[in-house]
Design a protein around this ligand. Sequence first.
Ligand SMILES: Cc1cc2nc3c(=O)[nH]c(=O)nc-3n(C[C@H](O)[C@H](O)[C@H](O)COP(=O)(O)O)c2cc1C
Length: 196
Amino acid sequence: MSLRAGLMDDGTMTTPTPDVLAALRSLRQSRRFLSTPVDDKDLQQLLEVARWTGSAKNTQPWHLVVVTDPETNRALAGCGDFAGFLEGVTASIVVAVEGESRAVAYDDGRLQERVMLAAASLGIGSGTAWFSTGESRQRVRDLLGLPEKLDPWSAIGLGYTDVSQAQAAPQLSGRKPLEEISSWGRYGQPAPPTAL
Ligand SMILES: Cc1cc2nc3c(=O)[nH]c(=O)nc-3n(C[C@H](O)[C@H](O)[C@H](O)COP(=O)(O)O)c2cc1C
């Protein structure tokens, strides 16, 4: 199956894959994991998916560091106020980017989401962690020996989700209703009956 949908060489359209839609709707952040390790081959596959992420002007402004050492993941968990759940991951991929523009932040986000979806397709749970202060990013840089030009803004925590535990506080899950976050044609106009 290819996700490049459209007209094929033989003149037919690619087949719709509604199961992909359902899977996309169901992706959620995992924060509690089992101790079962993630296979190195799976991690390598995730890197390969990450490599194909699109970026502004195809700059690919990133370097990814895979961390499977529990002590290092524990240390990453202590970098900043939001990365605490990395303490329980069996692997993480730290995403270090070059540049500070909006485009670079956007590219980072695209890569994160793509890796999270790829992980889910392998049965692996994942979650984003942000190192949101300069000080926390310097600690990550020191920990991983990253050069000064690379800024480790985020990491993807990975592991097999411990479904017996809550993954998020209630205020961190659920979504606003579609009517609140979207309009058709003009701000404030609802979806037409043909869309419902
Ligand atoms: C840009 C960005 C940064 C995030 N940073 C963190 C973080 O540092 N720590 C964390 O636990 N979750 C982080 N998250 C995850 C969000 O909290 C999560 O996607 C949101 O609460 C929805 O949760 P759900 O996917 O479980 O429904 C981040 C998500 C995004 C998109």
